[in-house]
Design a protein around this ligand. Structure first.
Ligand code: ADP
Ligand code: GLC
Length: 480
């Protein structure tokens, strides 16, 4: 079996959130399980040149009104072949999807080019004539249309199935109708059976209808998206494809996130020896300008500042949490539309020096140090397809306080491996924080920490579930 991963993010080369982590780590785990994997992702300006080798493949595609050429460069790491699409529309930009002015206006073209390049890569560089195309989110979801229009009529990829993984179906690539003309596809694809979505262009919608199999990143979320309250308007489509929809809880990269051997930390630690975790805490307090106090409970938060993540709930609760004698360390950044979260957090930090630290920006190293140095971790998400930070937190003995939704509900158990709450309100969140703080330093909480740190959260146990889905997709395609 050969899997071609088509994704707008592949960590460590590109990452704005969990999808990059997942595609990177799943690819490596599949290779370990004996599956050949080629990833295809853009070479953004931030992807460095080192180790990249030219291929002789040139991708030609009409983008909007002009013919464009892109090239492919490659790099093989741990048996995974990573291909990067080189073109100015990726390389000459700050940011993956947008900059301080908002989303780029040509994202539909940029990711059409990614999909066209992935198909050309598979045709020219992959030995298997029928690879599985594993597509990630709306940026790759139109590929079944290109497969059908440009390749299958010529006899290519007749037995190649497509599997679409939904990481975040709130983002749907929904654009005005006229953008369809840029996609280089015949008019009949703009219909209810294709890209048409209530009169608009729906890039994700087309993939939901046409992929041979669908997966999403937790069993709980697979159910939620079939309900009107949780389907982002797509619930009827998900109900229609329920038999082909599998929820698979994400794993984490246990080499990158390993408290016994993490280059970002001042000291290693493990469930059997927590002395290093205490050092990590005091070093973090020093680094962030928090009062160095080994007894004060320290709550961390790392992630996108976004309504999805419950940033509102966190903001309204911080003064109360500090009032309980706890410290709080926040690391995050907001897209242009939610910049006010950054300003509000900074404003709070100015009011509570030494007790609240706010770092606006993206820092892999600090993310690791907060996971290691904190006692508790806040994830009051309004919805969460899976979430990775609660898994990192558990492994680092930092108990997650999560809203019981999506993958958070599937991975955190109240009073056993963390703390949970239900209502999407600051009041309910503070209730869970209160329970966590009341147990601070007790043997009961030490037992929860110990259990959380020993959970099996790697990819090796999950990878077989993906292989089963790929096999189902292959069968479905063969059965025609
Ligand atoms: P999402 O993909 O919805 O943003 P996840 O929890 O699945 O949420 O994954 C987020 C990933 O991005 C984690 O690896 C997290 O550590 C990382 N991350 C998010 N924001 C930052 C930041 N400001 N600095 C460093 N890492 C971040
Ligand atoms: C998305 C989701 C997040 C998930 C990640 C990786 O960004 O918001 O919950 O963990 O994808 O699948």
């Amino acid at each position: 079996m050969h899997v071609v991963m088509v994704s707008s993010e592949v960590a460590p080369y590109s990452k704005s959130g969990g999808m990059g982590d997942v595609v990177g780590a799943l690819s490596a785990a599949l290779v370990k399980a004996g599956v050949a994997v080629t990833t295809v992702s853009p070479r953004y300006g931030s992807v460095d040149d080192e180790g990249l080798v030219d291929t002789d493949v040139v991708v030609r595609a009409r983008l909007g009104t002009t013919e464009q050429e892109a090239t492919l460069r490659e790099r093989v790491v741990d048996g995974v072949r990573h291909l990067f699409v080189e073109h100015g529309i990726f390389a000459d930009r700050q940011g993956l999807y947008g900059d301080q002015n908002g989303s780029f206006g040509d994202n539909h073209l940029r990711f059409a080019l990614l999909q066209r390049a992935a198909l050309e890569a598979a045709r020219n560089l992959v030995d298997d004539p029928a690879p599985v195309f594993h597509l990630h989110d709306w940026q790759a979801a139109g590929l079944p249309a290109y497969l059908d229009h440009f390749y299958r009529p010529l006899g290519f990829f007749r037995d190649s199935p497509t599997v679409l993984t939904l990481h975040n179906p709130m983002h749907q690539g929904r654009l005005p109708h006229r953008f369809f003309d840029d996609l280089d596809l015949p008019a009949h694809w703009f219909s209810p059976a294709g890209f048409e979505w209530y009169g608009d262009l729906g890039l994700l919608k087309c993939g939901i209808l046409h992929a041979d199999q669908l997966t999403t990143v937790s069993p709980g979320f697979a159910w939620e998206i079939t309900r009107p309250e949780g389907g982002f308007g797509l619930d009827a489509l998900f109900r229609g494809r329920f038999a082909d929809l599998t929820g698979i809880l994400n794993g984490i990269d246990t080499e990158v996130w390993d408290p016994t051997d993490d280059p970002h930390l001042p000291a290693p630690f493990s469930a059997d020896d927590l002395a290093g975790k205490r050092l990590c805490k005091s070093a973090l307090q020093d680094e962030l300008g928090l009062v160095r106090d080994p007894e004060a409970p320290l709550m961390g938060s790392v992630g996108r500042l976004d309504p999805q993540k419950g940033t509102e709930l966190l903001l309204e609760s911080i003064p109360w949490i500090l009032d309980q004698g706890a410290q709080v360390a926040v690391l995050g950044s907001a897209a242009a539309a939610h910049r006010r979260f950054e300003a509000e957090l900074r404003g709070l930090a100015a009011r509570f020096p030494g007790r609240l630290s706010v770092t606006v920006g993206f820092s892999e190293g600090l993310a690791h140090r907060i996971e290691a140095g904190a006692d508790l971790f806040a994830m009051p998400s309004l919805f969460e397809p899976c979430g990775l930070n609660q898994l990192y937190s558990q492994r680092y003995g930092t108990l997650p306080i999560v809203r019981r939704t999506g993958g958070l509900a599937d991975s955190v158990e109240e009073g056993r491996t963390g703390y949970t709450f239900d209502a999407p309100t600051g009041y309910a969140f503070r209730g869970a924080v209160h329970r966590a703080l009341a147990q601070h330093g007790t043997p009961a909480q030490a037992a929860i920490r110990d259990r959380a740190m020993r959970l099996e959260v790697g990819w090796s146990t999950v990878v077989g579930r993906y292989v089963e889905v790929f096999e189902r997709a292959i069968e479905a395609r063969r059965a025609g």
